[in-house]
Every structure is written in structure tokens, then in C-alpha cells.
Ligand binder design. Structure first.
Ligand code: ZN
Ligand code: ZN
Length: 259
């Protein structure tokens, strides 16, 4: 049996605080996750690095993206390139399907962020092709500002014929795996099968409380704005803070051949 967290943000989202290498290191050392998806906002800039590095951390990475559709955020998984923001949910889902990908409705009905209504999801599911692509819904999202939406969503999402997924929506390392899905097998393909056959089991973590937002997220967000993010040189090293400009420029120690 395996665990997956299919909603993770890196420094390639403007509000992410951890480099890809740090995400992999933390997931490997401090969570029971087997599979993660990197789902930055409307970009896949970190995905190639994540897929490349994942075997060193004994993880599998699903290429993904959190797409800002006109009706709200939707996760796209198993894709090669992002679908542009602002298209209708139906158009977005169909374009993900053209790439052989799957969609999961992110934090439905959540306040404080652009979120799909259940009406919008159900409307798309009346389209026979789209219904084979939009296969999952976040019954639990461990994200920062909308954890209270989860209670209403748990009840409502169980009435929709979609795979029930738990995700962290992590923007800081300590949130990784705070929501996850339990599935038969432990590979990305096993997870895909579980999504398509509606047999994922959402695992509801604690999510962040107001106190932990202040203690954990806000300090790291400020550091990010000052140019410092979590980063890992290699699987044997500890996570450190490094300048985001060095990572983006490819001049971090890893890139120039140091440990
Ligand atoms: Zn979102
Ligand atoms: Zn997100």
C-alpha cells in the first residue's frame, strides 16, 4: 500500500518557500509518502528537476500543475505541458485529456482562493469525455487559509462520483503529507489506476492552525520575499537556506559540482 500527496508547491510558485530538492529531501525523511505531484500555479518549471532527482530520494514524482481555470483551481496530473490559465473548466479538462492527463478538483468551494463550485464540477461531469479525465476531488486540503472549508467539502464530495483525494497543498516543508491519499500499490501508475477506479482513501492530517501559520508559514514567506528558500544539496545533506537567485540562475553549489 502506498501514500501520495498530489498537491505540492515549490519556489516556482510565487508563494512557495522550498526548492524542489528540499521538498524531495523532506518527503523522503519525514513523511511516509511514496508518490508526490509538483503542482505549481500555472507553471511546470520545477517538474523536470523533480522527475530527474526523485530516484535519488526513492520517490516517484508525477508531472503536474495547478491550473487557474475560469471557474477555479484544478490540478492537472500526468501532463507534459501546462494548459494556459483562464480557459473554462471544461476546456481545461479536455486539454489535459489531450495530453493523456487526469484532473482533480482542488479545494472545492474553499474561501479565500479561486475555487470550483460543486455545480461547476457536476456540469463538467455531464460531458462523457471530460468525465473520464476529471476523476478526483480533494475531500481534504491541508492548505493554509481554508482548512475550515474541509468539513463541508467532506460531506459534499462523497456524494459526487469521483475519487476522494487528500492533499497537503504544501507551500512549506512541514506541511508535506499533511493531507494524503492511501492507495493499493506504491507507484505513480498504481496511483493513477486508483484515481481512475475511485479507490483512493483520503487521509486527513491536521492542516495548519492559525498559530502554526504565524509560527511556520509567515516567517518562511518573509524569508522567501527576502530571497532565501529551503534547499538541499544532495540526499545525504541536511536542508539549508539558500538564495533563490542562485537556484534560478543555476549557480547553486549542486550545479557547480560541489556537494
Ligand atoms: Zn489552489
Ligand atoms: Zn495549491
Amino acid at each position: 500500500m502506498g501514500y501520495a500527496d498530489l498537491h505540492v508547491h515549490s519556489i516556482h510558485s510565487s508563494d512557495g518557500t522550498a526548492a524542489i530538492s528540499a521538498i524531495l529531501k523532506y518527503a523522503a525523511d519525514f513523511t511516509r509518502l511514496d508518490v508526490i505531484a509538483i503542482t505549481d500555479h500555472d507553471t511546470m518549471a520545477g517538474v523536470a528537476e523533480a522527475v530527474h532527482l526523485a530516484p535519488q530520494y526513492k520517490l516517484e514524482v508525477i508531472p503536474g500543475c495547478e491550473i487557474s481555470s475560469a471557474e477555479g483551481h484544478v490540478l492537472a496530473l500526468f501532463i507534459d505541458r501546462p494548459v494556459r490559465a483562464g480557459l473554462s473548466l471544461l476546456e481545461t479538462v479536455l486539454r489535459v485529456g489531450e495530453q493523456g492527463g487526469l484532473c482533480v478538483a482542488a479545494h472545492p468551494k474553499a474561501k479565500g482562493t479561486s475555487s470550483l463550485s460543486f455545480g461547476a464540477i457536476e456540469q463538467v461531469l455531464t460531458h462523457p469525455l471530460a468525465a473520464r479525465i476529471l476523476v478526483g476531488i480533494e475531500a481534504f486540503n491541508g492548505g493554509l487559509v481554508y482548512t475550515r472549508s474541509n468539513q463541508a467539502v467532506q460531506a459534499a464530495s462523497s456524494r459526487i462520483k469521483l475519487a476522494q483525494v487528500g492533499n497537503s497543498d504544501a507551500h512549506i516543508l512541514s506541511m508535506l503529507g499533511a493531507g494524503s491519499s492511501y492507495f493499493i500499490g506504491n507507484t505513480a501508475q498504481d496511483l493513477r489506476f486508483a484515481l481512475e477506479n475511485q479507490c483512493t482513501i483520503p487521509i486527513r492530517g491536521k492542516g495548519l492552525t492559525g498559530t502554526s501559520v504565524l509560527a511556520s508559514y509567515i516567517p518562511r514567506y518573509i524569508l522567501r520575499k527576502l530571497g532565501w528558500v529551503s534547499w538541499n544539496a544532495n540526499p545525504k545533506e541536511k536542508v539549508k537556506f539558500t538564495r533563490i537567485s542562485q537556484i534560478m540562475a543555476g549557480t547553486s553549489p549542486r550545479s557547480v559540482g560541489q556537494p
